[in-house]
Design a protein around this ligand. Structure first.
Ligand code: R5P
Length: 312
Protein backbone atom coordinates (compact mmCIF):
# COMPACT_ATOMS: atom_id res chain seq x y z
CA UNK A 1 0.00 0.00 0.00
CA UNK A 2 1.19 3.53 -0.72
CA UNK A 3 0.37 5.45 2.43
CA UNK A 4 1.35 9.09 2.89
CA UNK A 5 0.42 11.52 5.63
CA UNK A 6 0.02 15.21 6.28
CA UNK A 7 1.11 17.54 9.06
CA UNK A 8 -2.01 17.19 11.15
CA UNK A 9 -1.73 13.42 11.55
CA UNK A 10 2.01 12.96 12.05
CA UNK A 11 1.87 11.49 15.53
CA UNK A 12 -0.88 9.05 14.62
CA UNK A 13 1.08 7.97 11.55
CA UNK A 14 4.19 7.38 13.63
CA UNK A 15 2.12 5.00 15.73
CA UNK A 16 0.87 3.38 12.54
CA UNK A 17 4.44 3.06 11.28
CA UNK A 18 5.30 1.05 14.38
CA UNK A 19 2.50 -1.36 13.51
CA UNK A 20 2.90 -1.59 9.75
CA UNK A 21 6.62 -0.92 9.33
CA UNK A 22 8.00 2.16 7.63
CA UNK A 23 8.03 0.51 4.22
CA UNK A 24 4.25 1.01 4.05
CA UNK A 25 4.20 4.58 5.31
CA UNK A 26 6.71 6.70 3.59
CA UNK A 27 8.05 10.21 3.74
CA UNK A 28 8.25 10.73 -0.01
CA UNK A 29 5.72 13.52 0.13
CA UNK A 30 6.95 17.01 0.83
CA UNK A 31 4.53 19.61 2.13
CA UNK A 32 6.09 23.04 2.41
CA UNK A 33 4.75 26.30 3.76
CA UNK A 34 6.07 29.59 2.42
CA UNK A 35 6.53 32.75 4.45
CA UNK A 36 3.32 34.25 3.07
CA UNK A 37 1.40 31.24 4.40
CA UNK A 38 0.89 29.51 1.04
CA UNK A 39 1.33 25.74 0.96
CA UNK A 40 2.92 23.57 -1.73
CA UNK A 41 2.96 19.81 -2.03
CA UNK A 42 5.15 17.49 -4.08
CA UNK A 43 5.60 13.71 -4.29
CA UNK A 44 9.32 12.95 -4.42
CA UNK A 45 8.78 9.49 -5.94
CA UNK A 46 6.59 8.26 -8.76
CA UNK A 47 2.97 7.57 -7.86
CA UNK A 48 1.85 6.84 -11.42
CA UNK A 49 -0.84 4.19 -11.54
CA UNK A 50 -0.70 3.67 -7.78
CA UNK A 51 -3.53 3.44 -5.27
CA UNK A 52 -2.56 6.24 -2.94
CA UNK A 53 -3.79 6.56 0.67
CA UNK A 54 -3.35 9.90 2.42
CA UNK A 55 -3.92 10.23 6.18
CA UNK A 56 -4.76 13.69 7.42
CA UNK A 57 -7.27 15.10 9.89
CA UNK A 58 -9.01 17.94 8.06
CA UNK A 59 -10.34 20.38 10.61
CA UNK A 60 -8.29 23.56 10.18
CA UNK A 61 -7.96 25.79 7.12
CA UNK A 62 -4.31 24.74 6.69
CA UNK A 63 -4.97 21.02 7.03
CA UNK A 64 -7.82 21.25 4.50
CA UNK A 65 -5.70 23.27 2.06
CA UNK A 66 -2.77 20.85 2.50
CA UNK A 67 -5.05 17.96 1.70
CA UNK A 68 -6.46 19.60 -1.43
CA UNK A 69 -2.96 20.36 -2.71
CA UNK A 70 -1.82 16.78 -2.05
CA UNK A 71 -4.81 15.41 -3.98
CA UNK A 72 -4.03 17.84 -6.79
CA UNK A 73 -0.37 16.77 -6.91
CA UNK A 74 -1.37 13.10 -6.88
CA UNK A 75 -3.91 13.51 -9.67
CA UNK A 76 -1.46 15.45 -11.83
CA UNK A 77 1.09 12.67 -11.25
CA UNK A 78 -1.32 10.07 -12.65
CA UNK A 79 -2.38 8.06 -9.59
CA UNK A 80 -4.85 5.24 -10.13
CA UNK A 81 -6.93 6.16 -7.09
CA UNK A 82 -6.77 8.50 -4.13
CA UNK A 83 -8.19 7.48 -0.75
CA UNK A 84 -8.40 10.17 1.90
CA UNK A 85 -8.27 8.85 5.46
CA UNK A 86 -9.41 11.77 7.57
CA UNK A 87 -9.80 10.61 11.19
CA UNK A 88 -11.70 13.81 11.95
CA UNK A 89 -13.42 15.91 9.33
CA UNK A 90 -14.11 19.41 10.55
CA UNK A 91 -17.23 21.42 9.72
CA UNK A 92 -19.32 18.31 10.39
CA UNK A 93 -21.56 20.25 12.77
CA UNK A 94 -22.59 22.36 9.78
CA UNK A 95 -24.65 19.56 8.28
CA UNK A 96 -27.85 21.53 7.71
CA UNK A 97 -28.99 25.12 7.50
CA UNK A 98 -29.80 25.86 11.12
CA UNK A 99 -30.56 29.48 10.26
CA UNK A 100 -31.84 31.21 7.15
CA UNK A 101 -29.08 32.18 4.71
CA UNK A 102 -26.41 30.13 6.54
CA UNK A 103 -23.58 28.07 5.05
CA UNK A 104 -23.52 24.26 5.20
CA UNK A 105 -19.78 23.70 5.62
CA UNK A 106 -19.91 19.95 5.68
CA UNK A 107 -21.62 19.73 2.28
CA UNK A 108 -19.25 22.32 0.82
CA UNK A 109 -16.23 20.32 2.02
CA UNK A 110 -17.59 17.13 0.46
CA UNK A 111 -18.05 18.96 -2.86
CA UNK A 112 -14.47 20.27 -2.79
CA UNK A 113 -12.92 16.90 -1.88
CA UNK A 114 -14.77 15.24 -4.70
CA UNK A 115 -14.10 17.99 -7.21
CA UNK A 116 -10.35 17.91 -6.59
CA UNK A 117 -10.30 14.12 -7.10
CA UNK A 118 -10.70 12.13 -3.87
CA UNK A 119 -12.03 8.69 -4.89
CA UNK A 120 -12.81 7.25 -1.49
CA UNK A 121 -13.09 8.60 2.04
CA UNK A 122 -12.42 6.84 5.33
CA UNK A 123 -13.36 8.65 8.52
CA UNK A 124 -14.38 8.14 12.13
CA UNK A 125 -17.59 9.14 13.88
CA UNK A 126 -19.15 11.72 11.63
CA UNK A 127 -21.24 14.14 13.64
CA UNK A 128 -24.23 12.82 11.75
CA UNK A 129 -24.29 9.65 9.62
CA UNK A 130 -26.31 11.44 6.96
CA UNK A 131 -23.17 13.41 5.99
CA UNK A 132 -22.18 10.24 4.09
CA UNK A 133 -24.95 11.13 1.66
CA UNK A 134 -23.20 14.41 0.78
CA UNK A 135 -20.56 12.35 -1.02
CA UNK A 136 -20.96 10.56 -4.33
CA UNK A 137 -17.86 8.47 -3.64
CA UNK A 138 -17.61 5.49 -1.25
CA UNK A 139 -17.42 6.62 2.38
CA UNK A 140 -16.18 4.17 4.98
CA UNK A 141 -17.58 5.44 8.26
CA UNK A 142 -15.68 3.81 11.13
CA UNK A 143 -17.39 3.71 14.52
CA UNK A 144 -15.15 4.50 17.46
CA UNK A 145 -16.69 2.35 20.20
CA UNK A 146 -14.16 -0.40 19.40
CA UNK A 147 -11.35 1.97 20.39
CA UNK A 148 -12.79 2.72 23.80
CA UNK A 149 -14.30 -0.65 24.77
CA UNK A 150 -11.16 -2.31 26.21
CA UNK A 151 -10.53 0.72 28.44
CA UNK A 152 -14.15 0.91 29.54
CA UNK A 153 -14.38 -2.82 30.25
CA UNK A 154 -11.24 -2.58 32.41
CA UNK A 155 -12.94 0.03 34.59
CA UNK A 156 -15.31 -2.73 35.72
CA UNK A 157 -18.08 -0.31 36.59
CA UNK A 158 -21.26 -1.67 38.06
CA UNK A 159 -24.61 0.13 38.25
CA UNK A 160 -23.92 1.78 34.93
CA UNK A 161 -26.08 4.26 33.09
CA UNK A 162 -25.13 5.21 29.54
CA UNK A 163 -26.28 8.78 29.04
CA UNK A 164 -26.72 10.50 25.71
CA UNK A 165 -25.68 14.18 25.95
CA UNK A 166 -28.39 15.19 23.44
CA UNK A 167 -31.07 13.61 21.26
CA UNK A 168 -28.73 13.46 18.26
CA UNK A 169 -26.34 11.14 20.10
CA UNK A 170 -28.97 8.69 21.31
CA UNK A 171 -28.26 6.06 18.65
CA UNK A 172 -24.51 6.14 19.36
CA UNK A 173 -25.15 5.77 23.09
CA UNK A 174 -27.68 2.98 22.73
CA UNK A 175 -25.23 1.10 20.50
CA UNK A 176 -22.60 1.39 23.23
CA UNK A 177 -25.11 0.19 25.82
CA UNK A 178 -25.31 -3.16 23.98
CA UNK A 179 -21.81 -3.93 25.24
CA UNK A 180 -22.91 -3.39 28.84
CA UNK A 181 -26.02 -5.57 29.12
CA UNK A 182 -26.69 -4.60 32.74
CA UNK A 183 -26.64 -0.88 32.03
CA UNK A 184 -29.64 1.39 31.56
CA UNK A 185 -30.04 4.35 29.22
CA UNK A 186 -30.69 8.03 29.94
CA UNK A 187 -30.98 11.02 27.60
CA UNK A 188 -30.34 14.71 28.12
CA UNK A 189 -32.59 17.19 26.38
CA UNK A 190 -30.06 19.89 25.43
CA UNK A 191 -31.10 23.29 24.16
CA UNK A 192 -28.70 25.73 22.52
CA UNK A 193 -29.52 29.28 21.53
CA UNK A 194 -26.16 30.01 19.92
CA UNK A 195 -23.09 27.98 18.89
CA UNK A 196 -20.73 26.91 21.71
CA UNK A 197 -23.25 27.86 24.38
CA UNK A 198 -25.62 25.43 26.03
CA UNK A 199 -28.79 27.13 27.19
CA UNK A 200 -30.47 24.48 29.28
CA UNK A 201 -30.48 20.76 29.98
CA UNK A 202 -33.09 18.39 31.27
CA UNK A 203 -32.49 14.74 32.20
CA UNK A 204 -34.75 11.95 31.04
CA UNK A 205 -33.95 8.83 33.07
CA UNK A 206 -32.70 7.84 36.50
CA UNK A 207 -29.04 8.17 37.53
CA UNK A 208 -29.33 8.14 41.33
CA UNK A 209 -26.52 6.05 42.85
CA UNK A 210 -25.23 5.11 39.37
CA UNK A 211 -21.95 5.35 37.51
CA UNK A 212 -22.73 7.39 34.42
CA UNK A 213 -20.96 7.19 31.09
CA UNK A 214 -21.63 9.77 28.35
CA UNK A 215 -20.62 9.06 24.75
CA UNK A 216 -20.22 12.15 22.55
CA UNK A 217 -18.59 12.59 19.15
CA UNK A 218 -16.90 15.94 19.80
CA UNK A 219 -15.58 17.63 22.90
CA UNK A 220 -14.96 21.20 21.81
CA UNK A 221 -15.27 23.88 24.54
CA UNK A 222 -16.39 21.20 27.04
CA UNK A 223 -19.57 23.26 27.47
CA UNK A 224 -21.93 20.34 26.80
CA UNK A 225 -20.09 17.88 29.01
CA UNK A 226 -19.57 20.39 31.81
CA UNK A 227 -23.27 21.19 32.05
CA UNK A 228 -24.20 17.52 31.66
CA UNK A 229 -21.79 16.57 34.50
CA UNK A 230 -23.32 19.16 36.84
CA UNK A 231 -26.82 17.99 36.03
CA UNK A 232 -26.00 14.32 36.52
CA UNK A 233 -24.32 14.89 39.90
CA UNK A 234 -27.23 17.08 40.90
CA UNK A 235 -29.54 14.15 40.09
CA UNK A 236 -27.52 11.83 42.34
CA UNK A 237 -24.93 10.19 40.05
CA UNK A 238 -22.03 8.46 41.85
CA UNK A 239 -19.51 9.19 39.11
CA UNK A 240 -19.63 10.81 35.67
CA UNK A 241 -17.26 9.75 32.90
CA UNK A 242 -17.41 10.89 29.31
CA UNK A 243 -15.88 9.58 26.12
CA UNK A 244 -15.56 11.75 23.04
CA UNK A 245 -13.97 10.67 19.80
CA UNK A 246 -12.71 14.05 18.65
CA UNK A 247 -10.93 16.11 21.28
CA UNK A 248 -11.13 19.57 19.73
CA UNK A 249 -10.56 21.21 23.15
CA UNK A 250 -10.78 24.79 21.96
CA UNK A 251 -10.94 28.02 23.96
CA UNK A 252 -11.03 27.48 27.70
CA UNK A 253 -11.75 23.74 27.43
CA UNK A 254 -8.80 22.65 29.59
CA UNK A 255 -9.58 25.18 32.29
CA UNK A 256 -13.24 24.11 32.19
CA UNK A 257 -12.30 20.43 32.47
CA UNK A 258 -10.02 21.10 35.44
CA UNK A 259 -12.74 23.09 37.16
CA UNK A 260 -15.41 20.49 36.45
CA UNK A 261 -16.50 17.67 38.75
CA UNK A 262 -16.20 15.16 35.88
CA UNK A 263 -14.58 11.94 37.08
CA UNK A 264 -12.72 11.27 33.84
CA UNK A 265 -12.74 12.37 30.20
CA UNK A 266 -11.59 9.77 27.70
CA UNK A 267 -10.64 11.03 24.23
CA UNK A 268 -9.19 9.46 21.12
CA UNK A 269 -6.31 10.96 19.16
CA UNK A 270 -8.04 11.86 15.89
CA UNK A 271 -6.84 15.42 16.60
CA UNK A 272 -3.28 15.10 17.63
CA UNK A 273 -2.62 18.05 19.87
CA UNK A 274 -4.82 16.15 22.32
CA UNK A 275 -1.55 14.59 23.55
CA UNK A 276 -0.13 18.00 24.51
CA UNK A 277 -3.41 19.12 26.02
CA UNK A 278 -3.91 15.98 28.09
CA UNK A 279 -0.70 16.85 29.94
CA UNK A 280 -2.53 19.91 31.22
CA UNK A 281 -5.29 17.95 32.93
CA UNK A 282 -5.19 14.89 35.14
CA UNK A 283 -8.77 14.11 34.18
CA UNK A 284 -8.04 13.37 30.51
CA UNK A 285 -7.06 9.92 29.20
CA UNK A 286 -6.19 9.39 25.55
CA UNK A 287 -6.93 6.13 23.78
CA UNK A 288 -5.48 5.89 20.29
CA UNK A 289 -7.56 5.22 17.19
CA UNK A 290 -4.52 3.73 15.45
CA UNK A 291 -5.70 0.11 15.71
CA UNK A 292 -9.00 0.96 14.06
CA UNK A 293 -7.25 2.66 11.15
CA UNK A 294 -4.78 -0.19 10.92
CA UNK A 295 -7.59 -2.75 10.73
CA UNK A 296 -9.44 -0.71 8.08
CA UNK A 297 -6.26 -0.57 5.96
CA UNK A 298 -5.65 -4.29 6.42
CA UNK A 299 -9.19 -5.14 5.35
CA UNK A 300 -8.95 -2.91 2.27
CA UNK A 301 -5.61 -4.46 1.38
CA UNK A 302 -7.11 -7.96 1.55
CA UNK A 303 -10.35 -6.86 -0.14
CA UNK A 304 -12.32 -7.94 2.91
CA UNK A 305 -15.48 -6.38 4.33
CA UNK A 306 -14.93 -3.63 6.90
CA UNK A 307 -18.57 -3.25 7.87
CA UNK A 308 -18.77 -6.64 9.56
CA UNK A 309 -15.91 -5.69 11.85
CA UNK A 310 -17.09 -2.11 12.25
CA UNK A 311 -20.63 -2.82 13.31
CA UNK A 312 -20.12 -5.81 15.61
C1 R5P B 1 -23.10 18.60 19.44
O1 R5P B 1 -24.14 18.27 18.89
C2 R5P B 1 -21.90 17.74 19.49
O2 R5P B 1 -22.20 16.38 19.42
C3 R5P B 1 -21.07 18.01 20.73
O3 R5P B 1 -21.82 17.70 21.87
C4 R5P B 1 -20.66 19.45 20.79
O4 R5P B 1 -20.24 19.92 19.57
C5 R5P B 1 -19.57 19.66 21.83
O5 R5P B 1 -19.20 21.01 21.83
P1 R5P B 1 -18.85 21.74 23.20
O6 R5P B 1 -17.81 20.88 23.88
O7 R5P B 1 -18.34 23.08 22.78
O8 R5P B 1 -20.12 21.82 23.98
Amino acid sequence: MNIYYGNSSKYLCNLLKMKLGSKYLNDKLKIEKFSDGEIHSIFTESVRDKDVFFIQTTNTSDSIMETLLVVDAAKRAGVKSFTLISPYIGYSRQDKADFNRSSIGSKMLSDIFEKVGVNRLITLDLHSSSIQGFYNIPVIHLKSHKIFLPYLKDLNLDNMVICSPDYGATKRNSELAKYFPDSTLAVINKKRIKPNEVHSMELIGDVKGKNVLIYDDICDTFGTLSKATDLLFEKGALSVRAIATHGVLSGKAIENINNSKITELILSDTIEDVYDKCNLSEKIRVVSCVDLINIALEKINKNESISEYNLN
